[in-house]
Design a protein. Sequence first.
Length: 221
Amino acid sequence: MKSDRPIRVLLADDHVLMRAGVAAVINEEDDMQVVAEASNGRQVVDLYREHRPDVTVMDLRMPVQGGDAATAAIRREYPTARVLVLTIHKGDEAVHRALQAGARGYLLKDVPPQELLTAIRAVHEGGRWISRGVAESLAERLRYEPLTERETETLKMAAKGLSNKEIAQRLDSTENAIKHVFTAILAKLGASDRAHAVALAVDRGIIDLDAIAPKDRGRGL
C-alpha cells in the first residue's frame, strides 16, 4: 500500500545556490520534501543520523569529507540507506567508486528536473537509477585494465609535477622502477606521454586535480 507520507530528502552539496535550486524543484512536488541540507560530507552523515531521510541526494566533491566517503559511512551505519549521487563528474572511475561506496543512483547535474524527481522516486522504492550517459561511461570502463594502487599513486605525483627521481624517493623506489611503472600506466590508459596520461586520468575520475595544491600542478609535466 502506498504511503501518504512524502519522501523525505536530505540534500548534500557545498554550493548554496545549487542546493536552493534542487530544493525548490523537490519541494514543488506533493510527494516529497527536503528535510535538511548539508554543505560538507561530515555534516551530511550527522544530519542523516538526526533526520533518517528516505533518500539522500549527494554531491561527490565537498569539503571536509567527499561524497564517496560520506556515502560509505552512512551505509556502514545504516545498510538500507538510499543515496542518489548528483554531480558534475561523469568519468567511469568516479561512477564506479560511488556505486562501490553504496550509492543506488547516479545523475549528472545537467539532467532535466523531471529526471531527478523520477530518480528520487525510483531509489526511494528500492530501485536504481543511472542516467544513460553515465551508464555509457561506466560501460567504457570494461575496455580498460584498472590501474594498481601504486600506479595511481605514481600518476598523482606526476600530476603534482614531481620528476621520476622525486617520485622514486617518495615511494622508496628507483628511477628505473618508476619508468617501468609509467610504461604500464601509458599502456593501460592508451596515453602517449605523462601529460596525456594525467589528462586521461582526470577525465575518467581516476585522479582529482582539485585535491592537488595549485602551486604543484603542472610543474615538470
